[in-house]
Design a protein around this ligand. Structure first.
Ligand code: GSH
Length: 256
């Protein structure tokens, strides 16, 4: 596990300003109310738009699938809210999708669920071989790249030119660039599996943000892919909201 000593803490690492307890309790109530009868058919429970890369993936998947949903925000480090979430779900991690009486948690499960719900949205490619490839690299992101996650946590608001990347995370970066290079070469871009984004793009979107935040040097093709992803309307909406978030976290080396 890389530490703050191995990876220089960005100069601007801020202290944490927590949202007032009252506001957090209000958010929890809102999140729970959203699941009551008469509530919108789809509710996506998320945490920080600035820091939570899994929340971003879940959000992009819903947007790419064309799902009409409302958002419920929870502050995952608030003990009261964690207790509420634990009562609500087998996992108190976010994202979590409540849709038509079903509750789906874990990003990959949400991706597969949304694909079954609307296959024509193209979250998985039509071609069987490409679909297998798409599932493989989505799974690889879901279960791997721990060094990248801990050394370069998502932080949309920040920019750290010249950030020194720890050697362990460099291996993850090389592997991700190799995945992108193979996909963009095989399927012709501008997204990983061709003309339209798939679940794989949603899985790798936070990496595009991290590479930008930490100024990671990239080859032109990977740089263009990041630019394409960051320009997606759903991504633009997310980043605009992230920039408005008041909360700031000191622990930038934890997994979010
Ligand atoms: N494997 C999960 C990971 C989700 C995850 O780690 N979510 C983080 C936020 S990005 C979380 O909910 N953390 C809350 C906590 O640790 O209590 C998924 O794919 O959804």
């Amino acid at each position: 596990m890389p530490s703050a000593t191995a990876t220089p803490k960005p100069a601007t690492a801020p202290g944490r300003k927590k949202a007032p307890a009252k506001a957090s309790a209000k958010a929890a109530t809102k999140a729970l109310a959203a699941q009551e009868p008469g509530a919108p058919a789809a509710v996506l429970t998320l945490s920080s738009k600035n820091y939570s890369s899994w929340s971003l993936r879940g959000y992009l998947l819903c947007r790419l699938a064309g799902l009409a949903f409302t958002e419920a925000r929870v502050s995952a480090d608030d003990p009261a809210i964690r207790a509420e979430l634990l009562l609500q779900s087998s996992s108190f991690l976010v994202p979590r999708l409540d849709h038509e009486g079903l509750r789906i948690w874990d990003t990959l499960a949400i991706a597969e669920y949304l694909h079954e719900w609307k296959p024509e949205a193209g979250l998985l490619p039509r071609d069987r071989a490409a679909r297998a490839h798409c599932r493989s690299i989505s799974g690889e992101m879901h279960s791997g790249f721990a060094n990248l996650r801990s050394a370069l946590p998502m932080n949309i608001k920040a920019h750290h030119p010249g950030f020194k990347v720890w050697a362990g995370a460099q291996g993850d970066i090389l592997r991700i660039v190799a995945i992108w290079t193979e996909c963009l070469g095989t399927y012709g871009g501008p997204y990983l599996f061709g003309a339209a984004p798939t679940m794989a793009d949603a899985m790798y979107a936070p990496v595009c943000s991290r590479f930008t935040t930490y100024d990671v040097p990239l080859d032109p093709q990977s740089r263009a892919y990041c630019a394409t992803m960051l320009a997606l309307p759903a991504m633009q909406d997310w980043m605009a909201a992230a920039r408005e978030e008041p909360e700031e976290m000191e622990e930038l080396d934890v997994e979010f």
